[in-house]
Every structure is written in C-alpha cells, then in structure tokens.
Design a protein around this ligand. Structure first.
Ligand code: SAM
Length: 287
C-alpha cells in the first residue's frame, strides 16, 4: 500500500535520512494523497503500462504508480535521494530507479532495451526549472509515448493550452498542440507541497496523437519559423523571420508570401494559429 503522501510521513523520511531539500533541483514534494490519487487516475494508468517517472523525489508518487502500473522507471538526478528511494520502494518489484539527469537520458534506448509491448506513459511532478526542455525533448523525440501527465506551474500549463490572440500563446503552445491534445485536469494549491512553491500548479495531460494531424513538408523549418515568430514578441512576422534569417529570405520575399496567404504585412506571430503556421512554412519551403 502506498503509505507516503502526508506531511507527517514526508518529514519522518527526511529526518531519518538527514536529507536536505535542494532548491536547485526544484524539489517540492507532494504531501496530499488526494492529489496523488487524482494524478494516477487522470493519467489512466493500468497494468499494461510502462510508466516513466521524472524526478521521483522520496518516492511518494512512485508508490502510487507502482501499485497501478505494470512497470515503472524512475529517473532521479539527486544521488542523495537514491538510498531513500531504495527504502521507500523496497516493497515493489516492478520499479527501476536510475540516478540520472533526464535531459541526458536516452529514453528511446532505455525503452527499446526492455523490448516491451507495453503502453508507455510519462507521469511526473516536474522540477519547474526545466519543465519546458523536458516536455520539448519528450515531444520531439521519436518515442512512442501515449501520454504525458505532469504537474507544472499553472502559468506553463496555460501556455501549453493557449489559443492565438492571447498573451499566453507562443512557441510552447504550438509545439504542444502540434503533437498532442492538452487538457488541464487539476489545479493544485501550494499547500499540497513541501516546501510550498511560490507559484500555483496544475496537472496537465498531453495525449499524443497516434498519427500526425497535419501535412507538414519540413517539420524543422516549421519550428524554426515558429521560434523566430515569437523570439521578439512585439515585432511583426516580417521582421521576426527576417532577423532569424529564415532561408535567407529578404523582407520583400517574406511580405509577398504573407500577402499571398491573405495577411497584411504587419501581421504578428500571435495572430496565426497552427494551421496558418503550417501553410506559411509549406509555402516558404517551396521558395
Ligand atoms: N515526485 C516527487 C514528488 O512528487 O513528491 C518529487 C517532485 S520534485 C517537484 C522534482 C524532482 O525532480 C526532485 O526529486 C528533483 O531532485 C528531481 N530532478 C530535478 N532535476 C532533474 C533532472 N534533470 N533529472 C531527473 N530528476 C530531476
């Protein structure tokens, strides 16, 4: 039975191992069993799933995942947490603990080595200082991940889900929505963590499309264009693309493409939805 997930138990473990919470690793441990149950329920974990957990901490969420999944791989950067995890997870024979930096981990190799016919799901209470690179790596990798259910800063969850024309809308919204359908499944107050983060948190579920939804001629170019369009937010698309030397096009060439697509030449990145960026990138690709 999962026994962690309360302030009392968390303090007990921390004291027992003389563990010092590391701010630099974004350590905010979950201490609310309702939130833990909600994450596992929304991630829809079942006994055919291989779950990758990023940053197990003292193993609180990991215990819940081990109970529900077929197998769990938990990747933790802080070596001081490994003896703690070895103890808190000692009752489970379906967990592998790896002392590694997730950003330097080859997940594809890790999963292929297992030769599994399981569904791969990522579940985590993410370290907030590297949320975006972790999520971007997962999205851009060729990993067959069914879904990514993660606790992130509320503001980041809103950016992932944002629509054109809003202040939250940007490159992250487009990357997430290109690969996945995002859904915010819970808002979580700071009181559910130890120590309390200074910001509000949300659990977001990114369900990956089984087949790509869009006809993109050159994905790399599409994301170059998206990044260039939001690099300098207040700049027009013409200036943004020109300053990033997209295909070394002149301002006039860029303006012509925009006019052909039916835009005014002062259009900005935040005015274009994903389909519009794809049409723009396909057109630029053919120049
Ligand atoms: N899962 C635990 C929980 O919910 O209580 C801990 C979550 S805490 C927000 C983030 C965890 O990620 C910490 O344990 C931290 O040490 C770990 N972490 C930070 N950077 C990491 C990285 N680059 N690779 C793997 N783990 C990392």
């Amino acid at each position: 039975m999962a026994e962690l997930g309360s302030p009392k138990k968390t303090i007990e473990i921390i004291k027992k191992f003389d563990f010092i919470i590391q701010k630099k690793f974004g350590q905010n441990f979950l201490i609310d069993s309702n939130v833990l149950e909600k994450i596992v329920k929304e991630a829809d974990i079942n006994d055919n799933d291989l779950v990758i957990e990023i940053g197990p901490g003292i193993g609180t969420l990991t215990q819940y995942l081990c109970e529900a999944a077929n197998e769990v791989i938990a990747i933790e950067i802080d070596k001081k947490l490994i003896p703690i995890l070895n103890e808190t997870l000692s009752d489970y024979n379906n967990v592998t603990i790896l002392n590694q930096d997730i950003l330097k981990t080859d997940l594809e190799q890790l999963i292929n080595n297992k030769k599994i016919s399981k569904t791969v799901k990522v579940v985590a209470n993410l370290p907030y200082y590297i949320t975006t690179p972790i999520v971007m790596d997962l999205l851009e990798s060729r990993l067959e991940v069914d879904s990514i259910t993660v606790m992130v800063q509320k503001e980041v969850a809103e950016r992932m889900k944002a629509n054109p024309g809003t202040k939250e809308y940007g490159a992250l919204s487009l990357a997430v929505q290109y690969y996945c359908e995002p859904e915010i499944v819970a808002n979580v107050p700071a009181s559910c963590f130890m120590p309390r983060p200074k910001v509000g948190s949300s659990v977001i579920k990114l369900s990956r499309y089984k087949t790509l939804q869009f006809n993109v001629e050159d994905e790399k170019l599409l994301f170059q264009i998206i990044r260039a369009s939001f690099n300098q937010r207040r700049k027009t698309l013409v200036n943004g693309l020109y300053n990033s030397s997209i295909k070394n096009l002149s301002k006039i060439q860029i303006a012509e493409v925009l006019i052909e697509l039916g835009y005014l030449t002062n259009v900005r990145g935040e005015d274009l939805n994903l389909e519009a960026f794809i049409a723009l990138s396909n057109k630029i690709n053919r120049i």
